[in-house]
Design a protein around this ligand. Sequence first.
Ligand SMILES: [Zn+2]
Length: 199
Amino acid sequence: MTPKNNFLVKYMSSKRVLVLWDEKGANTEDTSVLRKKSVELPVPMDKESRKIIQALIDSFMARDDASGLSAPQIGINKRVIVFRTKGFDEGQKKVKSIDDIEVLVNPRITQERGEKVTAAEGCLSCPDVQVEVSRFPEIKVRALDVQGEKINKRYLDYVARVIQHEIDHLDGKLIVDYGDVYYPKRKQLFFEKLFNDTR
Ligand SMILES: [Zn+2]
């Protein structure tokens, strides 16, 4: 078992986040990775799995504009997600501590409760746009934690939303699949062309 602090060494293996499009237009290379269904990490976790988890944590911690991140977004088609669990309300942008984040390996939603709630979501892999997405306000998830231990946990509200968003990534699903895409007016020409070309 690896002590928690080993994961905080440095954000050495921080990787670029893949995007469906960039300023040049559709990014077909990144898209093919983002659209692929990811596979589970082996249980028990091996050395390679721990490296992948570390790379995901590093890439997440290096940013100040994300609530969550999934392995396919850094080019690794494995079922791992990371998200922050604290500091949303205090206007704290950057995640400061490893205690503010959680990693889920091979996550599976085993229960969904309550009436779906609609809210605007953004995604690092879909730059500049927002989409209204309906998600369950309460979920139960079976997964392995960062240490590779089995967990079974309930999540609520915003964190539940982030987890559903990140698990979507593991199945190649992105916010643009959910409905109308909202983008800033100044980028209207760019997005009209992009969505005409790719839809
Ligand atoms: Zn996303």
